[in-house]
Design a protein around this ligand. Structure first.
Ligand SMILES: Cc1cc2nc3c(=O)[nH]c(=O)nc-3n(C[C@H](O)[C@H](O)[C@H](O)COP(=O)(O)OP(=O)(O)OC[C@H]3O[C@@H](n4cnc5c(N)ncnc54)[C@H](O)[C@@H]3O)c2cc1C
Length: 448
């Protein structure tokens, strides 16, 4: 049996993604001993990088918006601010077999797929979302009802419904109005009002650069980040969690913080402790390294339902081909439910299907342009909240004494992204820090 925790023991953090590393960094800076445990060989989690035919690239495509102030501040604080890189970007729209550019006010005014009235209602909708600051009343309004009221049925049928079906694997379910309110506010923040252009950014080298810098800072400050170490279970004494059981042995902890999604934490808990049910989206994604650009667009909204994937993201439009050895990097993701038959398909089947449709969208695209391809999959990546979620989602949950549970499932109504993850880490830190003691008693105020 383990001893009761004492304050010289570390806070054990399960998960070395951006959430675990950011929290670990702030705790370390305020003098709390920390140990972060990451099962992969490198930290970074979903935001981490991989080797793709000799290029170090994001496993999943990631952008930073000019309004992601927490990301930008944290990157500067840990010394990688000079890697931030912003570009003007363009957005495409694929409808009934035709590609449109939807990147400026002029293009919006001339946008043929929508009637004049539909365009006016869409513009009103965006302005409305920007004006509404208090979302609490939206939490109980079904998304469809809200969109039809604000945009009209024809715009809903023509644009919103196909986009929602594409994002939610044909089953949008009982989404609340907050889903598109939050998304519309975030995306409209990328527009430079004066220039009417969209701007997006990245860290050159990907979010891996931030993950590595946080890891380095935690280690330099006396904390530990263990990679390639899997947490197998929790240790208990007198009814409370007092440590971690890893595949290398046992670690006594004054507190344990799990940053895992509930579906990954559940198997680590004792029988009889059931976490709340959570819905998720997964993803299958074809990655392409091309010898030329596919299109002028960073991303494409696809309302043509004969296309099986959700969007096409050419990250070179943000990173710049000069930072990819002259290549173009394209992600073709399909968001799917965790029980999707796409998880049973082989890589070759997915690639063949997606390339067929890519050629329909881009007639000039040829297979000879492909230098390398890869299919990546993850069954649970994005928590999905249904009507009324605002009443139950909290940044910190304590399923057992001594165990703090936090994860991207506790981000609401904001969309799940690294900006929201860093804000979540700040909120968890603020709740946790007063109850912890370490060598120094200084309390760090995280960048907010
Ligand atoms: C396709 C896609 C596109 C995205 N695009 C963007 C974007 O453009 N901009 C943006 O800001 N965000 C984006 N995101 C979201 C962003 O990647 C995530 O919000 C963020 O990385 C979540 O970090 P996390 O630390 O909460 O979780 P994770 O990254 O999932 O970290 C959890 C970690 O726990 C580890 N782990 C699991 N089980 C164990 C165990 N038993 N023991 C030890 N370790 C364990 C995992 O290996 C993982 O590293 C995107 C995500 C996806 C999937």
């Amino acid at each position: 049996m383990s001893n009761l925790p004492n304050t010289t023991q570390p806070v054990g953090i399960i998960g070395g993604g951006i959430l675990g590393l950011t929290l670990g960094y702030w705790l370390m800076r305020s003098g709390i001993p920390v140990q972060v445990f990451e099962r992969d060989r490198t930290p970074g989690g979903l935001a981490g990088a991989m080797d793709f035919d000799g290029l170090q690239v994001d496993r999943f495509y990631h952008v930073i918006l000019p309004t992601d102030h927490h990301v930008i501040e944290l990157a500067r604080e840990v010394g990688v601010g000079e890697r931030l890189h912003f570009q003007n970007t363009r957005v495409g729209y694929f409808e009934q077999g035709r590609m449109y550019s939807l990147s400026s006010l002029v293009e919006f005014l001339r946008f043929e797929p929508l009637t004049l009235i539909e365009r006016a209602r869409l513009a009103f909708f965006v302005l409305y979302c920007q004006q509404v600051k208090d979302w609490s009343h939206l939490d109980d309004i079904p998304l469809e009802q809200w969109l039809v009221r604000l945009c009209g049925r024809s715009l809903y049928q023509k644009m919103w419904l196909p986009l929602l079906r594409s994002k939610f694997d044909d089953r949008p379910g009982k989404l609340p109005a907050t889903y598109l309110w939050a998304r519309t506010r975030r995306m409209s923040s990328t527009r430079d009002a004066a220039a009417q252009r969209e701007s997006m950014g990245c860290l050159l080298g990907g979010y891996q650069v931030l993950a590595d810098a946080l890891t380095g800072a935690i280690r330099a400050g006396g904390g530990e980040v263990h990679t390639g170490v899997t947490i197998r279970g929790l240790e208990y004494a007198q009814g409370q969690v007092v440590g971690l059981r890893t595949d290398r042995g046992r670690v006594d902890c004054q507190k344990v913080v799990s940053t895992l999604l509930p579906s990954y934490l559940q198997p680590l808990l004792p029988e009889g402790v059931r976490l709340e049910e959570q819905k998720y989206l997964g993803i299958v994604c074809l990655m392409l390294k091309l010898n030329r650009s596919l299109s002028p667009y960073y991303t494409i909204n696809i309302t043509d339902r004969s296309i099986p994937f959700t969007t096409v993201v050419e990250t070179t439009r943000v990173i710049g081909p000069e930072n990819l050895e002259g290549h173009s990097l394209v992600y073709v993701p399909k968001y799917v439910l965790p029980d999707s038959p796409y998880f049973e398909k082989t890589d070759v089947e997915i690639e063949t299907e997606f390339l067929h449709h890519l050629q329909r969208m881009f007639p000039a695209f040829e297979r000879e342009h492909i230098c390398a391809s890869r299919v990546v999959r993850a069954r649970t990546v994005e928590p999905v909240h249904e009507l009324g979620a605002g009443r139950s989602v909290r940044p910190v949950v304590t399923p057992l004494p001594g165990l703090i549970q936090t994860s991207t499932a506790q981000i609401y109504p904001a969309l799940v992204n690294c900006e929201a993850v860093i804000q979540l880490a700040a909120s968890v830190y603020a709740q946790l820090r007063p109850g912890l003691q370490g060598a120094r008693s200084a309390q760090v105020v995280p960048v907010i």
